[in-house]
Design a protein around this ligand. Structure first.
Ligand code: BG6
Length: 481
């Protein structure tokens, strides 16, 4: 059975997120017949416009950003689902017009009064939207989707969540961290818990340290004023990286039920030690060349203050203080204008005394066994291990064994937003972040947000400041460098 009939009310309908992600995702869901049978999208934003202009914008968005090319016949059917109401968030009158329109769509299209309120606006607007909805409430048949970042620190996150809780029950709230919608991030649980080969070594006895890198060659893409107020710690570490860390390290959930998984993640986050200033290195890019193109210095980007000290790169050393992981450093780093797009987890194994005893004299390579999960752009898994080099005598070499998702399954996975929107429409909360996880993640980063440190310059197109090397255990290197 597909999701129930409903209307998605898209706040921020003329914004970047709607254009790049949400509208193309909806088009692909329509293509796969995964939308409710009776469904409509009513866009709401400050920009002037009407149904026709919204459909034109959506068409452009699909043409540019959809993973599938635009097909005219399908487009015509999809476009009929799109409506637009212009209005401000401060003005109750605008919301009055919105609700009238929603009632009319319900009447004409049989969408049954159910709503999915999707806040794709800058986060500063969320509290106003929730207040406006409260004025027209109650909303027993509604769900609300909130995009990250939820607040900019613990206090603002709490106050936002209090506002949301006054109108919606936690069951109705869907907080997006789009990394959870990525196929390869979901695979972390299968990889860990469906494979004794991995499950047996996934602890501090076997693992020396873990590196998680989210490298992006892109800069700010027109988001300068948002980013300059956020920085990499708020934009990536507090959410995507801590979510990936929790999936990598959580204990086995009681089942695959949504609350079982969220309980396991939440419990794990409770054991992550709040970051200490010595566990963080910040960087900011200067002029350089990325993927063959010149890139301006961060401070010369539109929307960025000329004297900005905001970090465009953050590397943190996180500690999970529990029996399984005590003493194992988790190095998490994210940066803009790095050499290439790649998201990778590498678990480096410890060497054993056997190696020392038997092979030291034979030229054993010092590179240890490792398991690397490539999350994007080419999802796959690589295991590095040692083998005897052919020939007389015993000479040990490190070799790689590689599994590629693309080659193994020959299907193109859905975009993260397709999966997440479909789940929100169906009311499945598994891949959404619970209130307590958001707050705990802010607690973890709070000590370093409160004490701003220097942002070391690094030229665009390099792997970040060398000061980050100091976070690694002695003698270890960044896997990607
Ligand atoms: C977003 C951040 O949440 O994630 C962006 O705000 C970042 O700054 C993006 O570029 C990265 O997502 P992805 O899916 O491209 O890895």
């Amino acid at each position: 059975m597909g999701p129930q009939s409903q209307i998605m009310v898209l706040f921020g309908a003329s914004g970047d997120l709607a254009r790049r992600k949400i509208l193309p995702a909806l088009y692909n869901l329509a293509h796969d017949a995964l939308l409710p049978e009776r469904f409509a999208v009513v866009g709401y934003a400050r920009s002037d416009g009407d149904d026709a202009s919204f459909r034109d914008q959506a068409r452009d968005a699909v043409r540019q950003f959809s993973r599938r090319p635009l097909d005219e016949e399908r487009w015509r059917r999809f476009a009929r689902l799109l409506f637009y109401v212009p209005g401000s968030y401060d003005d109750p009158g605008g919301f009055g017009a919105l609700h009238e329109r929603l009632a009319r769509v319900d009447e004409q299209d049989g969408t049954g009064g159910r709503r999915l309120y999707y806040c794709a606006t800058p986060p500063a607007v969320f509290p106003t939207i929730v207040r406006r909805l409260d004025e027209s409430g109650p909303h027993p048949d509604a769900r609300i989707v909130l995009e990250k970042p939820i607040g900019r620190d613990l206090t603002s996150a709490r106050s936002l969540q209090d506002g949301v809780r006054a109108v919606f029950d936690e069951r109705q709230v869907f907080r997006i961290d789009h990394y959870l919608g990525k196929e390869t991030v979901q695979n972390i649980l299968v990889f860990r818990f469906a494979n004794p080969l991995i499950e047996q070594i996934w602890d501090r006895q076997a693992i020396d340290h873990v590196q998680v890198t989210v490298a992006e060659p892109i800069g700010l893409e027109g988001r300068g004023s948002y980013y300059d107020n956020a920085g990499a710690l708020r934009d990536m570490v507090q959410n995507h990286l801590l979510q990936v860390l929790s999936l990598l390290t959580m204990e086995r959930p009681g089942s695959l039920a949504d609350e079982a998984i969220r309980d396991a993640k939440s419990m794990l986050l409770g054991t992550v030690r709040p970051l200490a200033p010595e566990d963080v290195v910040r960087g900011q890019y200067t002029w350089g060349v990325v993927e063959g193109h010149e890139a301006p210095a961060y401070r010369d980007e539109p929307g960025v203050a000329g004297s900005s000290t905001t970090e465009t790169y953050a590397a943190v050393r996180a500690w999970v203080d529990n029996e399984r992981w005590g003493g194992v450093p988790f190095l998490l780093r994210a940066g803009k204008r790095l050499p290439r797009r790649t998201t990778e987890v590498v678990a480096q194994l410890r060497d054993t005394s056997t190696l020392e005893q038997l092979f030291t004299e034979t030229g054993a390579e010092r590179r240890c066994n490792s398991v690397a999960l490539q999350l994007q752009p080419e999802p796959g898994i690589t295991v590095d291990f040692r083998a005897k080099q052919p020939g007389h005598g015993v000479s040990v070499q490190t070799v790689s064994m590689h599994f590629s998702y693309g080659a193994a399954f020959m299907v193109e996975p859905p975009e993260a937003y397709e999966r997440l929107i479909a789940d929100a429409m169906a009311g499945d909360r598994t891949l959404f972040v619970r209130e307590d996880e958001v707050e705990r993640a802010w607690e973890i980063v709070a000590p370093v947000l409160e004490v701003p440190g220097p942002a070391f310059p690094y030229p665009a197109g390099t792997w970040g400041p060398s000061a980050a090397d100091g976070l690694l255990p002695p003698g270890r290197k960044w896997h990607l460098r």
